[in-house]
Ligand binder design. Structure first.
Ligand code: HEC
Length: 123
């Protein structure tokens, strides 16, 4: 009886060793979000911010659909936030939606992909 937990230790170590291999990509997106977006946006379900709309579940959602005082431009945009549209928007928000109050551009395409994949996981 007492030896059983000891037998499991190698398996536990093996499982831990596998974890980091599975997470770097999403970790990159999470870190980028923290650095570039979180000052204004939250992904915590239901968390309201006066600065920017909550981005929980943004992938697949219609633009300007959260509880937030959006710009008339974004409200009128009729965009659905597919991954492709998010990529275009983040590259140059004011170019895709002239008059939007979202002014943060992510010029690096790889960083945009990481961010969008991170957001896609925040359902
Ligand atoms: C300085 C504050 C600020 C930062 C930083 C910021 N945003 Fe925004 N974002 C806004 C505001 C304000 C809006 C609403 C724009 C409007 O109403 O036109 C917005 C809107 C958006 C929308 C559309 C939301 C919707 O409900 O339609 C997305 C997507 C978005 N931001 C993504 C991001 C991402 C990703 C980052 C980080 C790279 C980021 N934002 C950084 C202020 C910010």
């Amino acid at each position: 009886m007492r030896t059983k937990p000891l037998i499991l230790i190698p398996f536990a170590i093996a499982a831990l060793a596998l974890l980091p291999a599975a997470s770097p990509q999403s970790q990159v997106g999470a870190n980028l979000f923290k650095q570039r977006c979180q000052a204004c946006h939250s992904v915590v379900p239901g968390a309201a911010s006066p600065l920017a709309p909550n981005l929980r579940g943004i992938v697949g959602r219609k633009a300007a659909a959260a509880t937030f005082n959006y710009s008339p431009a974004l409200k009128a945009s009729k965009i659905t936030w597919t991954k492709q549209n998010l990529d275009k928007f983040l590259a140059a928000p004011g170019k895709m939606v002239p008059g939007t109050r979202m002014v943060i551009a992510v010029t690096d395409a790889k960083q945009r992909t990481e961010l969008i994949n991170y957001l896609a996981g925040m359902k």
